[in-house]
Design a protein around this ligand. Structure first.
Ligand code: FE
Ligand code: FE
Ligand code: ZN
Length: 277
C-alpha cells in the first residue's frame, strides 16, 4: 500500500523523503511552490538525485506533487491565465528532476463566465504547456464544486480531457479526492461501487492514478470542501476501509490532506495500513 501526506518541500527533496519515512509513509505529496504564492525555489539536482536513490531503496510509490492554489487556468482575466501557464510550464520543467511522477492540479474557477466557457481555457493551458515527451503524468483533481470551480463532476473532467491533443493523452490522468466527490454529491459512503462505475463509464478507470484521502466536515452535496480527519467526518472509518481495499483503488497512491500535524498523520497512516487486508 502506498500512503503518505503533504510535506513541506522547503528543505529539499531528500529531507522530504526522510520526513516521510519517519511518519511511516511510502509516498509524498508536496506543493511545487508556496501554495498561495507564485515564486518557486530552484531545485538542487544533487538533492533530487539523492532523493531518487532513497525513493528507490525504500520502494516508494509515485510522488503526487500539487500545483499552487493560485493557479487558475480558466480565469476570466487573460493576465491570470497567462500567470497560470507560466507557473504550470515552469513546474513541468522542474518535475523532470524527479521523472515519472504525478503532478496534480485544480482545473480552476470560471468566476462568472460559466463552466462551458472555462473548460476550453483549462484545456488550452494543458495543450500549450505540456509536451508529448515529458515523463510527468498530469492529474486533474475532482473538485467539490465550491464557488465557481470546474471539475465538479466526472462529466466536466471528461470534457477537459477530450479537448487535449492526442499526443498528450497518455500524459493525462485524474486524482480522486474523497472529500471533494462526496461534497460534489457522489455517495461513496453507501455506494462506492456505483460511483466508481460512473467514473469508469464517464472518464474510464484507466485514467485514475491517485486518491486524496480526506474525510469531510459536511454532508453529501454541500459543495463546501472542508477536510476532516479520517473517521471524524461524514465519510467515517468504514468508508475508508472500503476505499483502501477496493480493487480499483488499492494499488494507487493514497495522499492524506487532513487537518493534522506530524503525530496525527503518523496515526492516520498506521490506521489506514491496518485497514487494508
Ligand atoms: Fe487539491
Ligand atoms: Fe485534494
Ligand atoms: Zn479540498
Amino acid at each position: 500500500m502506498y500512503i503518505g501526506n503533504h510535506l513541506s518541500s522547503s528543505k529539499g527533496f531528500e529531507a522530504m523523503g526522510k520526513h516521510a519515512i519517519e511518519l511511516g509513509a511510502n509516498t509524498i505529496a508536496f506543493f511545487t511552490r508556496n501554495p498561495r504564492g507564485g515564486k518557486a525555489k530552484e531545485i538542487d539536482p544533487e538533492d533530487a538525485k539523492r532523493f531518487l536513490a532513497l525513493k528507490e531503496a525504500q520502494k516508494f510509490g509515485p510522488i503526487v506533487a500539487h500545483a499552487p492554489y493560485t493557479m487558475n487556468p480558466c480565469a476570466a482575466k487573460p493576465e491570470l491565465r497567462q500567470f497560470a501557464k507560466e507557473m504550470f510550464a515552469d513546474d513541468m520543467r522542474r518535475m523532470e528532476y524527479i521523472p515519472g511522477n504525478y503532478y496534480n492540479f485544480h482545473p480552476g474557477s470560471h468566476v462568472g463566465q460559466g463552466a462551458e466557457n472555462a473548460i476550453p481555457l483549462t484545456a488550452e493551458m494543458l495543450n500549450e504547456c505540456m509536451s508529448g515527451e515529458q515523463s510527468t503524468i498530469v492529474l486533474i483533481e475532482t473538485m467539490a464544486g465550491k464557488g465557481s470551480e470546474i471539475g465538479r463532476n466526472f462529466e466536466e473532467i471528461k470534457s477537459i480531457i477530450d479537448l487535449v491533443q492526442p499526443k498528450l493523452q497518455g500524459k493525462l490522468g485524474v486524482c480522486l479526492d474523497t472529500c471533494h466527490v462526496w461534497d460534489g454529491g457522489y455517495d461513496i459512503v453507501n455506494d462506492l461501487d456505483g460511483v466508481l462505475e460512473q467514473f469508469d463509464n464517464v472518464i474510464g478507470l484507466d485514467r485514475l492514478k491517485a486518491v486524496h484521502l480526506n474525510d469531510s466536515m459536511n454532508d453529501r452535496g454541500t459543495h463546501k470542501d472542508r477536510h476532516e480527519k479520517i473517521g471524524k467526518g461524514y465519510l467515517g472509518t468504514d468508508t475508508f476501509e472500503r476505499i483502501v481495499n477496493h480493487p480499483a483503488l488499492r494499488d494507487l497512491p493514497f495522499i492524506l490532506e487532513t487537518p493534522n500535524e506530524d503525530e496525527g498523520y503518523a496515526k492516520e497512516i498506521a490506521l489506514l495500513r491496518s485497514l487494508q487486508k
